[in-house]
Design a protein around this ligand. Structure first.
Ligand code: PLP
Length: 417
């Protein structure tokens, strides 16, 4: 690197130069920590995919197609030709992007259309789009809650909910995972003005479900609001894909839904909050990730629009992912594996030991099946697993191939008999 580029790269805010010594120190501190992460076996290496996201993918270093069982591509829409074509059309019509936040000059007719379609899909009054659901979660609690208010959060909520709550000034209370007695005790003792219960609809590491109907019941009893993150439910969970509230027969009873366009709904990116008109209008005024970040690009908005049209017209894909899930869970359980979670396309194959989970995943890959082992600290110590994710796009033959490989590896590693 030339002296010029070194100076150019390490010029800090306000034109100050970082000294070479400070940079050496930074490299040393981070290098030591990285070595520690590697030694602990928790370093996350990234496999490089050289095809589109799909049930069959290619990865760098191999010509062979492998069967993918670890994407959040629940409806199999990530490379749907109709969606890609519509995205191309809106890219040509509306350009690459808006170079602006929404309130300055970043709102096009298609952004409003998508917000209305999402509201229609969920049966809500209005919707606000964000660049991601992480942003939607980061932007909601701080905007609406004051020190007089109280927020009650499931201890295993997603990191973005935890971070969003950290930013707000309300009284912060954590209740034990899906523990209604603990939640009720805390609600009873609270003197918060607004009381907001916040939960994932589906917890992604375990594939288990928030007891939403009973949470709604408690909310009514203690005059609280309910917020649900539906990233692992929208579009495919519940009879017509309306999510956890449909699954638990409390359609329309949740006050605030946050979800993502980056998983089942086409897999591009984007997030949203949907709920009462006043809430959405208020977020447009106050929510910082919305106010201070660029608008969603037209090609991405197009993905959301097309997916919403498809889901409003038919729940066929939703039914397909459900029947594929049933097929996998039933056969794996029969083979002797323990599958955690409930009826959800996230199917954690429980193995316990971290090294076993990682060896198991490597063995699966040699058989052409791409799955990932999860171990501590992502999941509790001693609860290592392989998290399989089922898609509507998997064929029955592909699912059976994965089951066959699981049985073969499971026997050779003595996980099953
Ligand atoms: N909430 C949950 C439960 C998630 O699983 C994720 C993604 O991993 C997010 C929020 C963030 O969504 P996005 O990718 O749109 O930022």
């Amino acid at each position: 690197m030339s002296t010029f580029s070194k100076i150019f790269l390490f010029r800090g805010a306000g034109g100050r130069h970082y000294s070479a010594a400070a940079q050496t120190q930074l490299r040393e501190i981070l290098g030591t920590q990285l070595a520690g992460i590697k030694e602990a076996g928790t370093f996350k290496a990234e496999r490089i995919i050289t095809s589109s996201q799909s049930t069959q993918i290619t990865v760098q270093g191999s010509e062979k197609r492998i069967l993918n069982f670890c994407a959040n591509n629940y409806l199999g829409l990530a490379n749907n030709p109709e969606i890609v074509e519509y995205s191309r059309t809106l890219l040509e019509k509306y350009g690459a992007g808006l170079s602006s936040v929404r309130f300055i000059c970043g709102t096009q007719d298609i952004h409003k259309q998508l917000e209305q379609k999402i509201a229609q899909f969920h049966g809500r009054e209005d919707t606000i789009l964000y660049a991601s659901c992480f942003d939607a979660n980061a932007g909601i609690f701080e905007a609406i809650l004051t020190p007089e208010d109280a927020v009650f959060s499931d201890e295993l909520n997603h990191a973005s909910i935890i971070d969003g709550i950290r930013l707000c000034k309300a009284k912060k209370q954590r209740y034990k995972h899906r523990d209604l007695a603990d939640l009720e005790r805390q609600l009873r003792e609270s003197d918060g003005r607004l009381k907001l219960i916040a939960t994932d609809g589906v917890f992604s590491m375990d594939g288990n479900i928030a007891p939403l109907a009973r949470i709604v019941e408690l909310a009514k009893k203690y005059d609280a609001l309910v917020f649900v993150d539906e990233c692992h439910a929208t579009g495919f969970f519940g009879a017509t894909g309306r999510g956890t509230e449909e699954y638990d027969n409390v359609m329309g009873e949740v006050d605030i839904i946050n979800s993502t366009l980056g998983k089942a709904l086409g897999g591009a990116s984007g997030g949203y909050t949907t709920g009462p008109t006043e809430l959405i209008s208020f977020l447009r005024q106050k929510s910082r990730p919305y106010l201070f970040s660029n608008t969603l690009p037209p090609a991405v908005v197009a993905v959301g629009l097309k997916v919403m049209d498809m889901l409003l017209a038919s729940s066929e894909l939703t039914q397909r992912v459900q029947s594929n899930t049933q097929r996998f869970r039933t056969a794996m359980t029969k083979a002797g594996f323990t599958i955690a979670g409930e009826n959800h396309p996230i199917c954690p194959v429980m193995l316990g030991d971290a090294r076993l989970a990682s060896t198991f995943a490597d063995e699966m890959l040699t058989r052409g099946i791409y799955v990932i082992g999860f171990s501590y600290p992502v999941v509790p110590q001693g609860k290592a697993r392989i998290r399989v994710q089922i898609s509507a796009a998997h064929t029955e033959a592909e699912i059976d191939q994965a089951i066959g490989a699981f049985i073969e590896v499971g026997r050779s590693l003595k996980v099953i008999q």
